[in-house]
Design a protein around this ligand. Structure first.
Ligand code: MRU
Length: 366
């Protein structure tokens, strides 16, 4: 995507060829700032503090974290320690485990002398693969949007509801849930996006709205509890969300609140799609509710809120009575039965064990 006319990814190598630069997503939407990562600890901190977030970007950052580890020392036991450090940063998005697994395979296949170069090449390839996967998801999702647009006689907008940020900021580029939206908009289709603000960290209000606005996509930010009302009144044509981990049987884990949108969608006959890149499939588990670890974050993310004052100052204020406890579950699981379809890089498929196995089983065994 472009920032001020310049093609920009969310993560890239510095001109020195070894350090890594990321966009600091904790500053959005008020500031666009980048941060240089020089050590594996820097990469781990960036993931843990959510300077980078979103399942695919967490994976990409961890991959470059292993490059920084190898740059410092390509030998064991250091590499295994660094793998453990990065793996411990966030528990839910399975792309983290996947990307680290890919990097360890690469590192172990090469001699001490060649390891670091091989690691940087693999991390770059993982990033390029992410972009291509998202591009394919975009094309496949575009067909769904075009179908709905064609059924609207009057050229009225296709209203798409999305939750959290599964946009280009959550990936290396394009986004998963947003790729079909960007492609539909670029193709001249009339799309409008309902953007759930996504409390407590407001990834919808701060990140998705920023992205869509920059790209000129018409959108409206709504409080998280508005979607059901909009659906009851025929104001949502489809839902597209991302995912942090989808099980082998099609249960979808995504940002907290996704499940409630799926319930409302089913009650109102609104198609509920999940944009799913294959590295987000966890083939080792089938029961999302029982087996996916749900991250619990600091209660302060719920009890406080940060914003910009009229004078331009960034301020954090408390919004609950002193002493009231708060719970902060970061993700929930939407059972496969509530999912209309998975928009993958290999096509739109049912959220079922059979469809996932048929589409990706062979690739997994390669
Ligand atoms: O806590 P976050 O901001 O990392 O959560 C992100 C999401 O839930 C996204 O929807 C998901 O990672 C898909 S990103 C393409």
């Amino acid at each position: 995507m472009k920032v001020d006319g310049v093609p920009t990814r969310t993560i890239w190598l510095e001109p020195d060829g070894w350090a890594v630069r990321i966009i600091d997503q904790t500053r959005f939407p008020h500031r666009f700032e980048t941060v240089r990562l020089e050590t594996v600890e820097d990469a781990a901190r960036a993931i843990r503090d959510m300077q980078v977030r979103g399942a695919p970007l967490i994976g990409a950052t961890a991959a470059y974290g292993m490059c920084l580890a190898a740059y410092a020392d390509p030998a064991e036991p250091w590499l295994t320690d660094c793998h453990e450090l990065l793996l411990s940063t966030r528990p839910t998005a399975v792309n983290l485990r996947w990307a680290l697994g890919e990097m360890m395979l690469t590192l172990r296949r090469h001699s001490l002398r060649d390891r670091t170069t091989a690691a940087y090449a693999r991390a770059a390839a993982l990033c390029d693969e992410d972009v291509e996967i998202n591009r394919a998801i975009g094309r496949n999702g575009l067909a769904l949007i075009a179908e709905i647009a064609a059924a609207k006689a009057d050229g009225a907008p296709v209203n798409i509801l999305t939750h959290c940020n599964a946009g280009w900021l959550a990936t290396v580029d394009w986004g998963t849930a947003t790729a079909p939206i960007y492609m539909a908009h670029d193709a001249g289709l009339n799309v409008h996006v309902w953007v759930d603000e996504t409390r407590p960290r407001n990834q919808g209000a701060a990140l998705t709205a920023w992205e869509l606005g920059r790209h000129g996509v018409p959108h409206t930010v709504i409080p998280d509890n508005t979607g059901g009302h909009l659906m009851q009144h025929g104001l949502v044509d489809m839902v597209i969300v991302g995912t942090d981990r989808t099980t082998a049987s099609g249960d979808v884990c995504n940002k907290i609140g996704t499940y409630l949108k799926a319930l409302a969608a089913q009650d109102n006959g609104v198609p509920f799609y999940v944009a799913l890149p294959s590295p987000t499939i966890d083939f080792t588990i089938a029961d999302g509710l029982a087996e996916i670890p749900i991250e619990q974050r600091a209660p302060e993310e719920v009890t406080r809120i940060t914003g910009r004052t009229a004078s331009g100052r960034i301020e954090t204020v408390t919004i609950v009575p002193e002493g009231s406890p708060a719970a902060n579950y970061a993700f929930d699981v939407t059972p496969a039965r509530l999912v209309t379809g998975l928009i993958t890089e290999r096509g739109v498929i049912r959220a079922s064990r059979e469809a996932i196995e048929e589409t990706f089983g062979a690739a997994r065994r390669e």
